[in-house]
Design a protein around this ligand. Structure first.
Ligand code: 13P
Length: 269
């Protein structure tokens, strides 16, 4: 049985962390946690996420409609974005949206985080694509993000910020931290003459490490058995998802079909 009060406290803790770490300014950012099939806790709109107490936290249903909220608190204006993630990804139990400095700079410059530059980022995140710009609070952002949800656990939002999601609140937060650290490293190594990227072989071995760890979530190492299927991965192609093997058309079913075709071909059938 979920202890709602404890989860509200955890949301406040994570809110304080993203604020203290400078991942959100002023009243920016939002956090949600799935507590039942059709019940979610979320941060209220228009408050600093660094100074919340459990009574701030709202409870909503799967359409983002208020189930309970204290006083004048109302759910985040971005609740539709959170709900789209939960709808498309039944494995996800928590969503974090923030505006971390470096990751948001990449999102503004239109540069996806696809360069394989350090083992931890390759293992934890794979690549981080950029979803097209959408007006906050409308269906535009959920619509733009949707095509990436089956393939990634973190997405940059063009000219806006970053979104991460996972099977626990701490893990969703950690993914946001990893995105920002990765973006910062990429930015700073670019100042030092450009990163020396890991080779395809090194990336492949890191994917194998990730598989061996049995890590949860969506990742090129899990979803696109690129090497086996003879299809490029987004790390290998370095072009982001549109031109690589992890495009929105790269569904599990398609991959299985591709792999089956290869196997049949190799058997001469
Ligand atoms: P809310 O306070 O409504 O959650 O909005 C903050 C934000 O960052 C919107 O992108």
């Amino acid at each position: 049985m979920v202890n709602e009060y404890e989860i509200k406290k955890q949301i406040c803790d994570i809110g304080k962390r993203i604020y203290d770490k400078g991942m959100v300014a002023s009243n920016d950012g939002n956090i949600s946690v799935k507590i039942g099939e059709n019940e979610f806790l979320c941060t209220p709109t228009g408050v600093s996420k660094g100074f919340m107490t459990p009574d701030y936290i709202c409870k909503v249903d799967g359409d983002g409609k208020v189930i309970s909220a204290t006083g004048n608190f109302r759910p985040s204006s971005e609740i539709k974005m959170h709900m789209r993630v939960y709808k498309q990804r039944p494995d996800v139990k928590a969503v974090v949206h923030a505006h971390p400095l470096y990751a948001t700079s990449f999102a503004i410059a239109g540069v996806p985080l696809t360069a394989p530059i350090m083992p931890e980022a390759v293992i934890a995140l794979g690549c981080v694509p950029i979803a097209d710009y959408g007006t906050p609070s409308t269906e535009e952002i959920p619509d733009a993000v949707e095509k990436y949800l089956q393939h990634f656990d973190a997405v940059l939002l063009a000219n806006h910020g970053a979104l991460s999601f996972s099977d626990s609140l701490l893990s969703a937060y950690h993914k946001m931290e990893s995105v920002e650290f990765y973006a910062q490293l990429l930015y700073q190594s670019k100042q030092l003459g450009g990163p020396k990227e890991l080779s395809k072989e090194q990336v492949k071995r890191l994917y194998e490490v990730r598989r061996a760890f049995g890590m949860t979530g969506k990742h090129p190492a899990d979803i696109c058995l690129n090497a086996k299927a003879g299809v490029q991965s987004c790390h290998n192609c370095h072009q982001g998802v549109e031109e690589g093997g992890c495009s929105s058309s790269c569904s599990d079913a398609e991959l299985i079909a591709q792999i089956t075709k290869k196997v049949m071909e190799s058997l001469g059938k």
